[in-house]
Write a protein that binds this ligand. Structure first.
Ligand SMILES: NC(=O)c1ccc[n+]([C@@H]2O[C@H](COP(=O)([O-])OP(=O)(O)OC[C@H]3O[C@@H](n4cnc5c(N)ncnc54)[C@H](O)[C@@H]3O)[C@@H](O)[C@H]2O)c1
Length: 349
């Protein structure tokens, strides 16, 4: 298994995973519409081939998967890592159609294209199989876990509380049905909060519209923004702010390589949490960022947002055991230190 199609590979998690794929001897081909990603990173940092297009464009996918697209002539795709999606929970409330259309219907078209007999591949066990897929799922599929369900394991009930989370759960359910009916192998990785930047400082969070706590905090600390918002200070947590499990982006990227190894050897339909088992409140993250940068910022405490569970912390025991994956960079200080180095590089500070 060498040729990997990476959908959404110009985005935050996709670009770091492309780097890990290259380090591990895979060929990566990116499919992205660049609605949110960054073309420059593919051309000048990662130097990988890419196709501009939609993940739901079946004709385009047929060409790419069979190695008949000019960009990968003669090189069939052996596996897919599917990152492409819209990711803003708040926007998914304002415009759920946008989220169901992109994250669910477009993904459904992608999965239906894989089912074509033209795209069967001989795998390591010499059997004829559909192209396996690693899917970016999310802790948002769990909704609000009960107190005794934290840290969250994969087998607690999934009750997402926003359209974004529902679009991810619907895809997981299709993957499960497609495995039972058609033998399509998949690994769904339920990420907790992806954060930090590549230790080389040449890749990191680089969104046109940023909504994530750490880059927004660094923007406020360095004067790019006037203040940082804390949404809700009356949650049932020790300091009243939401608690999240932050996983370093390089650890997350490495998990995708492990998932590819696993799926090429074992097949199946698997679901894994990716987190650290340790949670930090919004206030704690801001305090660590102040300490690491040595800078001060203005904090604006405002109302809760819809659809923010108070505490999301993972148990990743299953991934440790079955994928043989363990986070190595994911302490909060290292995460923020790497994010800060990237922030300075990106902003020429
Ligand atoms: N960032 C997190 O903390 C987090 C947590 C849980 C799950 N996830 C999931 O991980 C994946 C990647 O997230 P990210 O943070 O890298 O997001 P991102 O916005 O940085 O990257 C997503 C990429 O997908 C592309 N894209 C979106 N829809 C597309 C389409 N229809 N066709 C082609 N390209 C399309 C965008 O242009 C962008 O480059 C998403 O599926 C997201 O739901 C992210």
């Amino acid at each position: 298994m060498r040729n990997i199609l990476v959908t959404g590979g110009s985005g935050y998690i996709g670009s770091h995973t492309v780097r890990e794929l290259l380090k591990n001897g895979f060929n990566a081909l990116v499919l992205d519409n660049f609605r949110y990603g960054n073309r420059d990173i593919l051309e000048n940092v990662l130097r990988v081939p890419y196709v501009v297009g939609q993940i739901g464009d079946k004709k385009l996918l047929d060409l790419i998967l069979s190695g008949n697209h000019p960009i990968n002539k003669g090189k069939e795709i052996d596996a897919i890592i599917h990152f492409a999606a819209y990711i803003d929970v708040n926007e998914s409330w304002e415009d759920p159609a946008k989220y169901y259309n992109n994250n669910f219907i477009e993904t459904f078209n992608l999965l239906e294209t894989i089912l074509s007999p033209n795209h069967k591949r001989i795998n390591a066990n010499k059997t004829n199989n559909l192209i396996p897929i690693v899917f970016s799922s999310s802790c948002a599929t769990y909704g609000i876990p009960k107190e005794n369900e934290i840290p969250i394991s994969e087998n607690i009930p999934q009750n997402p509380i926003n359209p974004y989370g529902r679009s991810k759960l619907m895809t997981e359910q299709i993957l499960s049905d497609f495995f039972k009916a058609y033998g399509l192998s998949s690994v769904s990785l339920r990420y907790f909060n992806a954060a930090g930047a590549d230790p080389n400082s040449d890749l990191g969070e680089n969104r046109k519209l940023e909504t994530h706590l750490i880059p927004l905090t660094l923007d406020a600390l360095s004067g790019n923004k006037e203040y940082i918002n804390i949404y809700g200070n009356d949650y049932p947590t020790p300091d009243g702010t939401c608690i999240r499990d932050y996983i370093h982006i390089t650890d997350l990227a490495k998990a995708h390589v492990k998932a590819l190894d696993f799926i090429s050897n074992s097949g199946g339909c698997k679901f894994y949490n990716l987190g650290t088992g340790k949670g930090y409140s919004v206030r704690e993250v801001i305090e660590v960022a102040k300490k690491i940068t040595g800078l001060e910022l203005v904090v604006n405490e405002t109302l809760r947002r819809d659809g923010d569970p108070p505490i999301l912390v993972a148990s990743s025991e299953k991934a440790y055991k079955e994928l043989k994956w363990k986070p190595i960079y994911s302490d909060i200080e290292t995460i923020i230190k790497h994010a800060w180095l990237w922030h300075k590089f990106k902003n020429n500070l």
